[in-house]
Design a protein around this ligand. Structure first.
Ligand code: GDP
Ligand code: IMO
Ligand code: MG
Length: 422
């Protein structure tokens, strides 16, 4: 039986999913996003140019690819139209390369307002949301109030929109002192939904299953990372969707048995943006160095990312939860100059040693590290695994032994070409 392969992040997002999807796309015909929304920022670099995609699948720049925004995604039409214009400016005929699920939910302007109001009200305990309206939009989805792409074509769309907006306005009045200017964004939003009507709104679950059944190679693209999963991440410091491989089933309408390869992407170290526990976070010069060397600033918000060592407790947990079949290691080049590299293999809290990812995501734990010898050389130009320094291969072997999963692709720079396949 033919299957659908999945690409997803194993840490707290920004692992390099955009690059990996772009690299893998030549082997696939169809790329489908299955969850999240414009909280995602997926960067692509090729031919001296850089792009950041928020909603459009990262296969869009490859010739002959079809790109689907699945039912599990929440879409801000204004942001999507901005992306579409940016892509069209490169000469790509996106009209024939992009389809949107009728069942994908719309992020309304008032969802963004609610996100901002809710975060402001949380004060110090804020999630550190990207403020794109993700939480409120998913709340309306599960609360069975949401507006979907298919609704845009209904006669009474405006009434539905107005009814939900009125409800949101009532909720916003509960946040005293919160000011916002809705009119301007709403006008842009209404224009954007009109502009989007030139794209096919499809029953993507039917189309995706028919691709699978007909042997058309198809890749599902995740957003965020497993440790931001609504059920299994460091709750409440998570996003509002299931970012795990299981999210590809619900977010595209694919049966579990039809999932093929699961490519789990991780950085050779860790980063996190926003609030929440991060056991291996470094607050010293090494953390600063990783941020500078890895250019660790949010692709969506520009916020500096928190940086730390690789966390094997967390990685083993997410490899397990996703049924990862192949690991892809990113940003290996960022560690080029280290004498030694640390990897957390357990945590300590009180007198207790913790080996599996804890309920609270590791609040106040102290990581227990293994120290590994660094390779201390520039690997950016290497394209053949055999030419990598032995210390680098030892690092890879260590990760494979710990996770029980092969590392099949290694990324050694932001560019599309900076890749080593085994
Ligand atoms: P995504 O959200 O998972 O797609 O990741 P982001 O695009 O938010 O962040 C990854 C960042 O790392 C981007 O700026 C990429 O260009 C960059 N990047 C990806 N792979 C590599 C790599 O192997 N080395 C270096 N130095 N940068 C990389
Ligand atoms: P990609 O796809 C990194 C984080 C936010 C915040 C929390 C909730 O680029 O890897 P939300 O806006 O969803 O309410 O924010 O999740 N977050 C991400 N962090 N990469 C992302 O996406 C993220 N999307 C959300 O910083 O802590
Ligand atoms: Mg990102």
């Amino acid at each position: 039986m033919k299957k659908i392969d999945v690409v997803l992040g194993l840490q707290w997002g920004d692992e390099g999913k955009g690059k990996v999807v772009d690299v893998l796309t030549p082997a696939y015909k169809v790329i489908a996003r299955f969850q999240g929304g414009p909280n995602a920022g997926h960067s692509l670099h090729f031919d001296g140019e850089s792009f950041v995609l928020h909603t459009v699948p990262s296969g869009i720049f490859r010739e002959g690819s079809m790109n689907i925004i699945g039912n599990g995604v929440v879409v801000d039409p204004v942001i999507l139209m901005e992306e579409i214009r940016q892509i069209e400016a490169t000469g790509i005929d996106i009209t024939h390369k992009l389809k949107i699920s009728r069942r994908a939910q719309l992020i309304m302007p008032t969802h963004r307002m609610l996100d901002a109001a809710s975060e402001a009200a949380k004060g110090k305990s804020k999630i550190g949301s990207t403020l794109k309206g993700i939480g409120p939009a998913y709340m309306d989805k599960t609360g069975r109030n949401g507006i979907r792409f298919g609704d845009l074509l209904l006669q009474d769309f405006r009434q539905r929109y107005q009814a939900l907006k009125d409800k949101h306005m009532g909720m916003l009045s509960l946040y005293p002192g919160f000011e916002f200017n809705l009119d301007e964004y709403e006008a842009k939003w209404m224009q954007a939904v009109e502009d989007l009507k030139r794209f096919p709104f499809i029953d993507s679950e039917i189309e995706v299953n028919s691709y699978i059944d007909n042997g058309v190679p198809i890749l599902a693209e995740g957003a965020q990372g497993s440790l931001l999963d609504i059920d299994f991440g460091s709750y409440p410091f998570v996003t509002s969707s299931n970012t795990l491989a299981s999210g590809a089933c619900t977010g595209l309408g694919v049966a579990p048995g039809k999932i093929g390869k699961v490519y789990g992407i991780f950085k050779a170290y860790c980063t996190r943006v926003g609030s929440g526990p991060f056991p291996t976070e470094l607050f010293d010069q090494t953390g600063e160095f990783l941020r500078r060397e890895g250019q660790e600033y949010g692709a969506t918000t520009g916020r500096p990312r928190r940086c730390g060592w690789l966390d094997m407790v967390a990685l083993k947990y997410t490899v397990m939860m996703n049924g990862v079949t192949e690991l892809i290691m990113m940003k290996s080049d960022v560690l080029n100059s280290f004498d030694t590299i640390k990897v957390a293999t357990s945590y300590k809290r009180g007198g207790e040693t913790i080996y599996s990812y804890p309920y609270d995501g590791g609040v106040d734990v102290e990581p227990v590290y293994e120290t590994i010898k660094g390779w201390k050389s520039d690997i950016c130009g290497i394209r053949n695994y055999d030419q990598l320094p032995s210390e680098f291969k030892d690092y890879v072997t260590f990760i494979e032994e710990q996770t029980g999963c092969p590392v099949t692709i290694i990324s050694v720079g932001p560019d599309r070409d900076a890749i080593i396949r085994r």
